[in-house]
Every structure is written in C-alpha cells, then in structure tokens.
Design a protein around this ligand. Structure first.
Ligand SMILES: [Ca+2]
Ligand SMILES: [Ca+2]
Ligand SMILES: [Ca+2]
Length: 252
C-alpha cells in the first residue's frame, strides 16, 4: 500500500518536472520567434543588415546590463583605444552573448572598417553612431574638448569632396537620383559616394543619409537635400572657426 503511494508521488513529481521543462522550451521558442519577427520587421522597413546586426548585439548586451560602450571598456581596460578582433570575439564568448558565428563575423566586418585586425575606439563609436546603436553620450577621445559627431564628420567629408570637384548641390542630387523619381534613397546615394572616393565607407553613406532624411521616411527629397547641405555648411564653418581659434582648452 505504502509502495504504491510512493510510486504515485514519484510519477507526480516527474510529471511536474516534464511540465517545467516543456514550459522552459516553450518560453525559449517564443523568445526566438520574437527575435525573428523583429528582424523581419526591420528588414521590411528597409533597415540595413549592418543595423540589424548591431541592434542584435546591443540587445544581447542590454540583457547583461551593458551598453555597447561599456562592453568596449571591458575589452580595453587600459584605455588603449584599440582592441584586437580576437580579443573582441573572445569577450563576446566570455559574456555568453549567444551570437552565432555569422553574427559575430558580420559585427567584425562592420566594426573593423579598415580590416586591419583591430577595432579602434573611433571605428567603434563611428559604427554605433552611423547605425543609431549607441547606448551612451559620446565624448571626445582625442584630447580635444569638442566632440564632432560621426554624422557631422561624414558631412564635412562630403562637402570637401564636392568643393574639390567643383560640383554643385543640384548636380549631386541629380547624379544620385538615378531613377529620376525626385527622391534619393540610400542605395542611390551609396553608388555615387563610393564612386567619389575610397574614403566613403558604408557607414559614411548611412550617416549622410540619416543627416539628409529629416522626416525619417528612408528617402531624401530635394528640399531635405538642399536644406541639410546648407546646414552642414554652417556647421563646417563653425567647426573651422573653432579649429582656427586654436584654443584647445575651450569647449565649443
Ligand atoms: Ca580597424
Ligand atoms: Ca531616386
Ligand atoms: Ca525624407
């Protein structure tokens, strides 16, 4: 009689245990489906693969209570402002971020822009800013008091090239707008900018496009284009004046 009672108890416990396991599996599946859905939503919204990869990285880190910037600090405790790709990958493993090998390779491709095998702080911040994946305010790391955002740096680069080539803003807009729909999308911009100079990486194009696209509809009208180029010109003038004042101790 007693034996039967014990057996029943054991069966009950086993059933409960299986239930728990099944629940946990279900929860994991749901989590995976959610991630898949988020990825698909981003793809539908014309979000680039680079942005998706960085967003995923940021999400995994936030689950561990880290911003992307804090993660870099853990890779670079001595503040050398440079982390080898191997160290970066190792740290992703140490934090158990659960990123696939493909995801990690994509991240490295984006972050180590010049493919020299290390990720400088500048490369890292530039990528975070270009794809809107930063988690902290960025401060100057080159000894100056004034931080020029990556978006502004990319615009300054564009203005300088246009000036060198004596190309007007209208000409630039027309050469970008291949399909003549009076709108410039990121692909159109990329084709022209990468044709200009090897200095234009994908990140620059992304940042420039973000700067132009005020209403964030993933496309730039001629009005946005001209207005923002004029704004960039004012910013560049202020930047040059700051540099010329030659007082590194004064904040901008
Ligand atoms: Ca590099
Ligand atoms: Ca177009
Ligand atoms: Ca727009």
């Amino acid at each position: 009689m007693k034996m039967i009672h014990v057996e029943k108890m054991v069966t009950k416990i086993q059933a409960k245990f299986r239930q728990k396991l099944a629940m946990r599996k279900l929860e994991k599946d749901i989590e995976k489906q959610k991630e898949k859905l988020a990825r698909r939503n981003m793809q539908n919204k014309n979000v680039s693969n680079e942005e998706i990869a960085l967003q995923e990285f940021k999400q995994r880190l936030s689950k561990k209570g880290l911003t992307p910037e804090a993660f870099y600090r853990t890779c670079d405790p001595e503040y050398k402002r440079e982390v080898s790709v191997d160290k970066f990958k190792m740290q992703i493993g140490n934090f158990n971020l659960q990123l696939s090998r493909g995801q990690v390779s994509r991240l490295v491709l984006i972050l180590d822009e010049d493919m020299e095998g290390n990720i400088t702080l500048e490369e890292y911040y530039n990528a975070l800013e270009a794809y809107n994946c930063g988690g902290e305010k960025h401060y100057p790391y080159d000894g100056t008091d004034y931080y020029v955002s990556f978006e502004h740096k990319a615009m300054f680069k564009l203005l300088t090239i246009l000036k060198d080539r004596r190309m007007s803003y209208q000409e630039l807009f027309r050469s970008c707008d291949c399909n003549d729909d009076k709108d410039v999308n990121i692909k159109e911009l990329e084709t022209v900018l990468t044709g200009f100079s090897a200095e234009f990486y994908q990140k620059d194009t992304q940042a420039i496009h973000n700067f132009f696209d005020i209403d964030k509809n993933n496309s730039c009208t001629e009005e946005e284009f001209m207005g923002q180029l004029a704004k960039a010109e004012r910013l560049l003038a202020a930047h040059k004046a700051r540099l010329a004042s030659g007082r590194p101790g004064t904040a901008g």
